[in-house]
Write a protein that binds this ligand. Structure first.
Ligand SMILES: Nc1ncnc2c1ncn2[C@@H]1O[C@H](COP(=O)(O)OP(=O)(O)O)[C@@H](O)[C@H]1O
Ligand SMILES: [Mg+2]
Length: 320
């Protein structure tokens, strides 16, 4: 079977404008995604950037609590159900003029079962927002919805804590995002048959990982393999380790990167880490972002440095 390119269908991509769309996801709940997303957003706004924070956690929306603001009356579900047609009508003030906020949803199942058309509509509305940074705080788990928005962002951070279960879930999360990207590419290029044929023979060919699949593709259909590689190279995944207690915890970042290359055939840069600190729950009790509740704490310093290094890496493409 020989593959011929079909460029009729296009995967939505954020435009290469000055706005940077960053997604924060992870395989597990309760590891600090919303804490990190909110605090990094506050740091960037304090450094003079405009930031729009969107709570995209299906069923577990709590960014308003992390920010210490009231839950707005309208949220993303109103947009997805067609009650609000312009996403900018959902923008509310989130602590300062430079930090805007779009609330999450209460009827989670509606969002997770959203049709691809509604997701595409949401993607094109997100990129309309005028802001230096747009942060997507995704819910936990390797759902199709999370994979879509994780792949959509310019930079996508997988957050993990240094525990075997969380690391395992992070690999599952990345695996689901990579497979989703491959399915999108198949659709876009009209090459579904080629992939299906390879998958039918996966036992005999020994295909166990996305990277195995990719290697067989390069062998059987070099031109398609090259095109798929170029598309996969557009993924910009990075790892953030939260709640670090020892040096060994930090080293996990480097081994994670190696495993991702080997199994998924993609680079997942180690973007940084954050220490475990009791100041986090104290700030949660005060219903304030940590960097505002305890600005001179060790962790607030960590967060500011992390935020600065992420902005620098965006500008210089420097990765750890
Ligand atoms: N670096 C940290 N040190 C101590 N506790 C943390 C840290 N990061 C997050 N936490 C705590 O972990 C819990 C879950 O955080 P949250 O941001 O809601 O997770 P997620 O969005 O991944 O579900 C919160 O109680 C938060 O206070
Ligand atoms: Mg959360």
């Amino acid at each position: 079977m020989s593959w011929t390119p079909n460029t009729a269908k296009k995967i939505p991509v954020p435009s290469a404008q000055s706005t940077a769309i960053w997604a924060f996801g992870g395989g597990k709940g309760g590891i600090g995604k919303s804490f990190l997303t909110t605090n990094i957003a506050v740091c960037l706004s304090q450094l003079g950037h405009t930031v729009t924070l969107i709570d995209m956690d299906v069923g577990g929306a709590n960014v308003h609590t992390c920010l210490g603001t009231q839950q707005p009356r309208l949220g993303l579900s109103d947009f997805l159900q067609g009650k609000v047609t312009d996403i900018e009508d959902l923008l509310t003030d989130g602590l300062s003029a430079r930090l805007k906020f779009i609330a999450g949803v209460n009827d989670g199942p509606t969002l997770s079962r959203t049709h691809q058309d509604a997701r595409n509509r949401l993607m094109s509305q997100i990129k309309k927002i005028k802001s230096d940074f747009i942060f997507l705080d995704l819910g936990a788990g390797a759902s199709d919805f999370n994979a879509d928005f994780f792949n959509y962002a310019h930079q996508s951070f997988v957050v993990t804590v240094p525990e075997p279960t969380s690391i395992e879930n992070s690999y599952q999360f990345i695996r689901s995002a990579v497979y989703k990207k491959m399915r999108q590419i198949e659709g876009e290029l009209g090459s579904r048959e080629v992939f299906e044929k390879l998958m039918e023979q996966k036992q005999t060919l020994g295909i166990r990982t996305p990277n195995d699949l990719f290697k067989h593709l390069v062998r059987t259909e070099p031109q398609l393999g090259k095109t798929v590689k170029n598309e996969l190279d557009t993924l910009n995944f990075k790892l953030l380790i939260n709640q670090v207690r020892t040096k060994t915890d930090i080293d996990l970042g480097y081994s994670f990167k190696m495993v991702c290359r080997q199994y998924f055939g993609i680079d997942v840069a180690f973007a940084g880490y954050l220490d475990f600190d009791n100041a986090v729950w104290q700030s949660a009790r005060k219903r304030q972002p940590l960097v505002l509740a305890f600005p001179s704490s060790h962790l607030a310093g960590n967060l500011f440095n992390l935020a600065k290094s992420l902005v620098e890496s965006k500008q210089n493409s420097v990765i750890l």
